[in-house]
Write a protein that binds this ligand. Structure first.
Ligand SMILES: CC(C)(COP(=O)(O)OP(=O)(O)OC[C@H]1O[C@@H](n2cnc3c(N)ncnc32)[C@H](O)[C@@H]1OP(=O)(O)O)[C@@H](O)C(=O)NCCC(=O)NCCS
Length: 159
């Protein structure tokens, strides 16, 4: 099956919402947001979410099986940040996350960013390995995803 990566638009908000809510339900410890919180969002918020950040779908045979988005880095002005990475369970193990990462690296490079970064929660070793394979280096910078669950920033410098 061939993977295609395409940018989400505001009109894709339903598909984006559905996959995002499946992500929050399926991996609650991977994200700072909660299923309860985002289930309450209305159409306008989802349109804004899918249409304004650099939000990507990973598509297999016309089906959206993955999402991730690029946003301005909240901690470093010249950098960009990857958020909301999710691959549907039946599409895992095919390198789709790495393809999304590379598409976001290309975007950040086009934007002349100095680096691209992300946060990975403690215990999410699968995601950490993916990002290490993609050239991200643990920075040691830590934060709390929520009380009782820490996260670490990983960063890849861009030339
Ligand atoms: C982390 C995640 C994005 C990786 O996506 P992916 O496209 O499957 O990544 P890969 O194909 O590189 O596979 C990653 C690992 O999962 C393993 N894997 C293979 N099939 C799998 C399956 N069906 N289910 C789970 N993991 C599987 C791979 O063998 C690989 O293991 P390795 O690191 O020891 O080599 C995905 O597992 C996911 O969405 N997890 C839940 C949300 C999450 O953690 N997001 C990251 C937030 S920072």
């Amino acid at each position: 099956m061939t993977l295609t990566i395409c940018r989400a638009t505001a009109d894709d908000w339903r598909e984006y919402r559905d996959i995002r809510l499946r992500a929050l339900a399926g991996a609650p410890d991977a994200y700072g947001s909660t299923l309860e919180g985002e289930s309450a969002f209305g159409e306008e918020t989802w349109r804004q979410r899918s249409g304004s950040s650099y939000a990507l779908f990973g598509m297999l045979e016309g089906r959206a099986v993955a999402i991730a988005a690029g946003i301005p880095d909240r901690h470093e002005a010249e950098s960009r940040e990857i958020v909301g990475m999710w691959v549907e369970p039946d599409a895992r193990g095919r390198g789709i996350a790495a393809s999304l990462v590379e598409a976001l690296v290309d975007w950040a490079t086009r934007e002349r960013a100095a680096a691209i970064a992300l946060w990975v929660s403690d215990g999410n070793e699968t995601a950490r390995r993916v990002y290490e394979r993609c050239g991200f280096i643990p920075t040691g910078q830590r934060d709390l995803l929520r009380p009782g669950l820490g996260e670490e920033r990983m960063r890849r410098a861009l030339s």
